[in-house]
Design a protein around this ligand. Sequence first.
Ligand SMILES: [Zn+2]
Length: 437
Amino acid sequence: MASFVFHGISCAGPGGVVRPRVDITVENGRIASIEDAVPGRNPAGGYDGGGKIALPGFYNIHSHIPMTLLRGYGEGLQLKEWLFGKMIPFESLLMDEDCYWGSLLGIAEMLASGTVSFTDMYMHMPGIVKAVSESGIKANLSHGFSSRVPGQPFLESAAYEGWQAVREAEASAKGRIVADASIHAEYTTDTESTVRSIADWSRGEGLRMHVHISETRKEHEECKIRRGGMTPTAFFERCGIFDSPTTAAHCVWAEDADLDILAARGVTVAHCPSSNLKLGSGIARIARMVDLGVNVGIGTDGAASNNNLDMLEEMVLASLVQKGVTGDPTRFGPGEMLTMACRNGALSQGRTDCGELAPGNRADIVVFDLHAPHLQPVYNPLVNVVSAARASDIRLTMVDGEILYRDGKFPTIDIERVMAEAGRIKEEKLARLAASS
Ligand SMILES: [Zn+2]
């Protein structure tokens, strides 16, 4: 593969340390070098980085990507009513092909807002896998197990079938697709033995695990009644779920003892502030988690509970909310937020050569243009990006050395067709829901 050079660009390196005016050379999908730029020497065919800053691409570590199809549907409801009255009836009508179009819609939105990889839990895996493969984005994919058929063994479940579909695609995806294990949540599983069987299987296969934990107070408290006083964290710990490297979404109501377990077991918490605020779930104790050494990353959750997949917005919100609730403006600055959104997320996916702009790492690069009224003047470009930039300031998103978004265009996605299909699916499903009500 020919090399690609970002010339004379600012570069946000590990920890958010900014180097002004460097040349970033990309070869064979990786960052070959980052060197001080020689003024006036733009290599032939090089990308002019003047007035721009390169960041590592974002890792959105909690999403349900086909839920873009439900964006804006069922607003302003209690979580239970929203989930069981709106989301699940609509979702029960979805087919693989619908999820393919919904995933492409979400992937396009992610690429245009700087996300290079995501951790997803849903169903209809063949449709999602096809969209991820065609687009070139990276993803850790799982079909979340829930006990829809009482007593059904895991190996006969739709979740296992979904995992097989992802596993098959993994083989030819050059590391871009990873098949994860997943249990949707404690409250959607029945017996402890089922959870244990999934934990054993995941450990045996050497998989990573994706779960929801203590998203709402109700879920958390009801678990204690159901499971002999155990919290969702304690229950999953006892079942062996954390024997697999785990990403746990939300953890809003995790108690002190739970946080100690998450830290001791190396569980990554996927912090999803927009979703938690929108659904009235609460505010996760991120500062405490970080102090205990918990790996914390950022997720958007599904588009129906956010309502977008914009990691930049999520980082800004996470930072502001935590400064507010801790009363400490010195914490959660741009460097720390960048680490959370990139490196911590990459590590949670098991991608150790990702999430930082450094020679040898995979070339997952996002370019922001600072030439805009809301980004001037520039004292520190990273401060401007992580406190004042918009996704629309992104000019280019590169994944594993391949440009997947540039100046409003998606080389691997027919975006007009995708948006038209999403509209068609919405109309079709609404008509079917109306006919059956
Ligand atoms: Zn979720």
